[in-house]
Design a protein around this ligand. Sequence first.
Ligand SMILES: C[S@@+](CC[C@H](N)C(=O)[O-])C[C@H]1O[C@@H](n2cnc3c(N)ncnc32)[C@H](O)[C@@H]1O
Length: 212
Amino acid sequence: MRQRKVKNEEERLAEHHQYLIEDPKARKGKWQEVFENGNGIYAEFGCGKGKFIMSLAEQNPNRNYIAIEGRGSIILRALEKATREELKNIVFVKEYIKDVNEYFDCAELTGIYLNFSDPWPKDRHAKRRLTHSRYLDGYREILKKSGCIEFKTDNVDLFLFAINEFECSGLKILESTEDLHSTELEAKQVTTEYEDKFHGEGKKINYCKVQV
Ligand SMILES: C[S@@+](CC[C@H](N)C(=O)[O-])C[C@H]1O[C@@H](n2cnc3c(N)ncnc32)[C@H](O)[C@@H]1O
């Protein structure tokens, strides 16, 4: 995602302290204390400008959401929107996640979303893909029993890689399609920024939902 450098990024991020979790690793095992309502917690890794997860938060007031994005200039856009819309059931984490177990304890999450994750096309970078088995082992631990991972991408190679990793990791594939928008699956109802762009260009959107 191309984004121009934002002036005074740190100060502007700090203006949204009510939404931005300052020390997310210290919240491990204590995420329920952030929301104080006992509702299930769903996280998106690589949320970009946050359209998808903020739409979910608006539509599902009885669920809690954690939007995670490594780039400050991008998450700032999401934070500005959340502040304008006064969303109550979402918080943001500005981190590039390498090891999910550093941030979440066993069974802390009910669901995980991975949307248009960076493909890292070179074989030597495969371990950086958010659907690599290295990450899947972590997701399995931090998800509750029967928790789900939903994955969308326009990239066929990445999709095939992910399906193979899901299967090899013993995750149960509940839904899978190479053309989400030609189906009646619920997942096409809430779209991401990248999804709107690629679907608008006539590209097919690959989607799958797996259960731990
Ligand atoms: C291609 S964009 C997709 C954004 C959004 N999910 C969408 O579908 O419109 C991928 C985003 O994931 C972020 N990202 C990649 N790896 C990440 C990681 N390990 N932790 C947090 N964010 C990450 C990137 O900075 C980028 O903004």
